[in-house]
Design a binder for this molecule. Structure first.
Ligand SMILES: Nc1ncnc2c1ncn2[C@@H]1O[C@H](COP(=O)(O)OP(=O)(O)OP(=O)(O)O)[C@@H](O)[C@H]1O
Length: 243
């Protein structure tokens, strides 16, 4: 399943002024890509992610998912296809099971199926099923993030959106999540779209990259092309921002 963004503009009001955040964005994300979105603070990275499963809508322009404009999709179906891994603070107090199975309970999963399905989901993210009964608060940051990803996987999305998935993690936790993102892509054919501030992370796991500048695309292409390009000092670029 591919995604195409066509002539996307996004403006937001801060109460007094209308702030133009994204101007004329035209990109395509291929099926089964690992797609990184990077750019300075305020360039609209999170906004782009939020557009893709309609947590936000563009002011103008179209987004196509498999050639159908996403506004024509039933929103529930869209969000099953395009899962969002929220910040780990979106996990709620209770057991790992309660958190992992949350979306399926809303959809009426049978009680007797919960353990089996949740165990399989934990295995997919590299956590032992014995964690199911643990209190979420007792887990490390990296384990919480894996539970968070398992919760998104419960609805079997084809596309997974992650907003700075490792920003709260130490290098070891970061590596586990990066390995998991690559495994979900390679073994389970998921399309992964993630926001990052970290150029090394792009180097380690991305296939294609969108670098957003303020109101413009600074780069869009493969990781190889990005690192071969001598026109852009990426580290300095990422430190820039909106005035
Ligand atoms: N609901 C909103 N109302 C008004 N302005 C908003 C709103 N949401 C975002 N913005 C503004 O839009 C701009 C882009 O925000 P966004 O969070 O997409 O940027 P970002 O690149 O992800 O930034 P960061 O790296 O700091 O998280 C920012 O200047 C932000 O203040």
């Amino acid at each position: 399943m591919g995604i195409k963004l066509s002539n996307i503009h996004v403006s937001k009001s801060d109460g007094t002024n209308n702030l133009e955040i994204i101007k004329n964005l035209n990109i395509e994300v291929q099926k089964e890509d690992i797609f990184a979105i990077a750019g300075p603070s305020g360039s609209g990275k999170s906004t782009v992610l939020r557009l893709l499963n309609r947590l936000d809508d563009a002011t103008s322009g179209e987004i196509y998912l498999d050639d159908t404009e996403i506004k024509s999709w039933d929103i529930r179906k869209l969000r099953e296809k395009v899962g969002f891994v929220f910040q780990e603070s979106a996990l709620f107090e209770g057991s790992v099971l309660d958190n992992v199975i949350y979306g399926l309970r809303i959809r009426g999963i049978k009680k007797e199926e919960e353990q089996t399905i949740a165990s399989a989901l934990l295995e997919k993210v590299g956590l032992d099923p014995e964690y199911l009964d643990r209190d979420i608060e007792k887990l490390s940051g990296g384990q919480k993030q894996r539970v968070n990803i398992a919760r998104t996987l419960a609805l079997d999305p084809e596309i997974i959106l992650l907003d700075e998935p490792t920003s709260a993690l130490d290098p070891q936790g970061t590596k586990l999540i990066e390995d998991l993102m690559m495994e979900l892509n390679e073994k389970h054919n998921k399309t992964i779209i993630f926001v990052t501030h970290n150029i090394d992370q792009i180097q380690r796991i991305a296939k294609r990259v969108l670098l957003l500048g303020i109101k413009k695309i600074a780069f869009f292409g493969t990781k190889g092309e990005l690192f071969e390009s001598t026109d852009l000092d990426i580290t300095t670029f990422l430190k820039g921002g909106r005035e």
